[in-house]
Design a protein around this ligand. Structure first.
Ligand code: CP
Ligand code: NVA
Length: 309
């Protein structure tokens, strides 16, 4: 596992299929240890700084609990309370924290800020969500799909909705693991073409495919995995009304679900807006695995921390 030590976890694009498989194996092992009640303090004495300039339930709790279960300690650093919020630079923050903690998890708006933090830090930086990417979530998603479907390569994953951070990381992660990823988004809300092109190149090298379409019904046809996310992400609250109109028809409901494979599973990173991107009936239905998925944030991120720290 030493090939990972000291590395940043900022984008799934930075990791090979073998490396992601290896982290998923570690996640499975750590989950088994935790379920069996066997202590696994592989990060004893280590400390993680967690910078948040956006809200969080899952990310915050899973990193903090995960670090505790690994024998270490996590510090919650709200962007409002640390000097970063009063104008101290990312470069200075990076160098100071590097002298005190063993790793940093950051959730923020600008992806560039995370890249800058990594440039000036001498410790691993873990991306806990930016406007561009959400790699920790997708690692947990891949783990969940593997648990329910027994494999990853060759499966069709249909994502319905905004071409946002979730869509981007699903394309990167899916491409690396040999999935066939189809993104259905309305005009004006398509994923970043640079990310699409990079994911398509990754897919080609790993036996998968990445496609962007308009029609949600075309995307879900025969899909093994259905995925959606909110229509307005954190920071887009002012656009919510306009988006609500633009995304009409881009909903996972029982009619849409019927067109997928009969044994398809439904994922959502949560929090969900029931009645918008997904119906209550589907998210509470038998094909939904959203709470297994949420739990796997804990196991997947413990694996990330264990290997890079
Ligand atoms: N899915 C996810 O990242 O949830 P939080 O915003 O609650 O961390
Ligand atoms: N796209 C959502 C994901 C939340 C986990 C957001 O960025 O707000």
């Amino acid at each position: 596992k030493s090939i990972f030590k000291g590395r940043d976890f900022i984008s799934l694009h930075d990791f090979s299929q073998d490396e992601l498989s290896c982290i998923l194996d570690v996640a499975r092992e750590l989950k088994e240890e935790q379920k069996a009640g066997r202590p696994h303090p592989v990060l004893q004495g280590k400390t993680l700084g967690m910078i948040f300039t956006k809200s969080s339930t899952r990310t915050r709790v899973s990193f903090e609990v995960g670090m505790y279960q690994l024998g270490g300690h996590a510090l919650f650093l709200s962007g409002r309370d640390i000097q970063l919020g009063r104008g101290e630079t990312i470069a200075d923050t990076a160098r100071v924290l590097s002298r005190m903690v063993d790793g940093i998890m950051i959730r923020t708006f600008s992806h560039q800020e995370v890249l800058d933090l990594a440039e000036f830090s001498s410790i691993p930086i873990i991306n806990g969500l930016t406007d561009l990417l959400h790699p920790c979530q997708v690692l947990a998603d891949l783990m969940t799909i593997q648990e329910h479907k027994g494999r990853l390569a060759g499966l069709k994953l249909a994502y319905i909705g905004d071409g946002n951070n979730m869509a981007h990381s699903l394309m990167y992660g899916g491409a690396k693991m040999g999935l066939h990823v189809v993104i259905a988004s309305p005009p004006g809300y398509k994923p970043d073409p640079v990310v699409v092109a990079m994911a398509q190149a990754d897919a080609k090298a790993n036996g998968g495919s990445v496609e962007v379409v308009d029609d949600p019904l075309e995307a879900v046809k025969g899909a093994d995995v259905l995925y959606t996310d909110v229509w307005a992400s954190m920071g887009q609250e002012a656009e919510a009304k306009v988006r609500m109109a633009a995304f009409e028809g881009y909903q996972i409901n029982s009619d849409v679900l019927k067109r997928a494979d009969r044994s398809a599973i439904v994922l959502h990173c949560l929090p969900a807006h029931r009645g918008e991107e997904i119906t209550d009936e589907v998210i509470e239905g038998v094909q939904s695995v959203v709470f297994d998925e949420a739990e796997n944030r804990l196991h997947a991120q413990k694996a990330i921390m264990a290997v890079v720290m």
